[in-house]
Ligand binder design. Structure first.
Ligand code: ZN
Length: 173
């Protein structure tokens, strides 16, 4: 297993739309394992392939307290959505930022698992929010896209400043 570098907003590669996985083979399973390791190490509760610069429709999550219930959805599709919930969201690609976002409170999802078996899951609350957040990544969308242009601009400038100071530190060492 290996940890993968995570792209940071406003990297334009985060805006790419991912394509469906055609065959769930060993390469995909290796990618999934690396994504899980990267997510747990970050630490985070979800990661989309887009965030590690792979444009394939794969998301991994674990919203359990003990971090022992990994979920892997390949080619996920929302087939039912209802209700609404507002919660504070953060993102491994938008480090240090937390903002309130409104989403569906309950979703039903179909996807393939790592054995290419079709699965269907009903989720609500945190898991439902996480699924929608990660699926947005596959369509090149970030949670900051739900905020006002003013707020988004402020976040972008803040992160660009952070990136610049990190590169300066790297250059001088
Ligand atoms: Zn995210």
């Amino acid at each position: 297993m290996a940890r993968l570098p995570i792209l940071h907003y406003p990297d334009s590669r985060l805006c790419k739309v991912a394509t469906p996985v055609e065959t769930v083979d060993n390469d995909i399973r290796t990618l999934v394992n690396n994504m899980l390791e990267t997510m747990y190490a970050a630490p985070g509760i979800g990661l989309a392939a887009t965030q590690v610069n792979v444009q394939k429709r794969i998301i991994v999550m674990d919203v359990s307290e003990q971090k022992n219930q990994p979920l892997v959805f390949i080619n996920p599709t929302l087939i039912e959505c209802e209700g609404s919930i507002e919660s504070e969201e953060g993102c491994l690609s938008v480090p240090g930022i937390c903002e309130t976002v409104r989403r569906f409170n309950r979703v039903r999802v179909t996807a393939l698992d790592v054995n290419s078996k079709s699965v269907e899951i009903d989720a609500s609350g945190l898991l439902a929010v996480c699924i929608q957040h990660e699926m947005d990544h596959l369509d090149g969308k970030l949670f900051v896209d739900y905020l006002s242009a003013l707020k988004r601009d402020h976040i972008r400038k803040k992160l660009e400043k952070q990136t610049r100071s990190v590169s300066r530190i790297k250059l001088s060492s």
